[in-house]
Ligand binder design. Structure first.
Ligand code: AMP
Length: 216
């Protein structure tokens, strides 16, 4: 099953993508994670992406399209994949269609997670991330066992630069202008499933599975 998760920053795409990945045994492809890893390891891609990401702006289409096209050719994507944070613009969605078409694949479902803006700012301002392994916590709703420390690898948790409030507002505005039009794009072809992304992660996951026609 080839799935896209759409939604503003902080909607819970990463959390739900991980759950879908574990349940269906297909990889989560997060362009944000790939770009952060490129920054961490100091690659050319990372150097180009960092100032844009820090400012809450999008990385150019050709860079992310290149990353995703290459990733989709990997063997582990054969049974399916979950795109988390891609596409984010109409040109990215068109490039994705073209790339999948070449290998006779298509998108089976697009899940749009809807969350009110006030919830988003609250969620993101409490988010703390592990700079080493990418684990994500929230100071109130999903705190680590030891404050400020990653449960998995013990590294000190940080607040992502782009998770600070002014950057979050910029990311929300970018989402409204450049990414939200994708809902109409996928609705027209009957692929869009709209899910309320408020409530317990497990409850939201159950709704997503139902919408994708995969009830437990
Ligand atoms: P995320 O972790 O998905 O919130 O992504 C963090 C940041 O990475 C975004 O604010 C963008 O700067 C960049 N990014 C991630 N995915 C994309 C994409 N598909 N197109 C452009 N920029 C992206």
């Amino acid at each position: 099953m080839n799935i896209i998760l759409l939604g503003p920053p902080g909607a819970g795409k990463g959390t739900q993508a991980k759950k879908l990945s574990a349940e269906f045994g297909i990889p989560q492809i997060s362009t944000g994670d790939i770009l952060r890893e490129a920054i961490r390891t100091g690659t050319e891609l990372g150097k180009q992406a960092k100032p844009l990401m820090d400012a809450g702006k999008l990385v150019p289409d050709e860079l992310v399209v290149g990353i995703v096209n290459e990733r989709l050719q990997a063997q582990d994507c054969k049974p399916g994949f979950i795109l988390d944070g891609f596409p984010r613009t109409i040109p990215q969605a068109e490039a994705l269609d073209a790339a999948l078409g070449k290998s006779n694949r298509r998108i089976d479902g697009v899940v749009s997670l809807e969350v009110p803006e006030s919830d988003i700012v609250e969620r993101i301002s409490g988010r703390r991330s592990c700079p080493k392994d990418g684990s994500v916590f929230h100071v109130v709703t999903t705190p680590p066992k030891r404050a400020g420390t990653c449960d998995k690898c013990g590294a000190g948790l940080i607040q992502r630069d782009d998770d600070k409030e002014d950057k979050v507002r910029e990311r929300l505005s970018v989402y409204a202008k450049q990414t939200a039009p994708l809902k109409e794009f996928y609705k027209k072809r009957g692929a869009l499933k709209t899910i309320q992304g408020v409530g317990s992660p497990d409850g939201i996951f159950a709704e997503i599975k139902k919408a994708l026609g995969k009830p437990k």
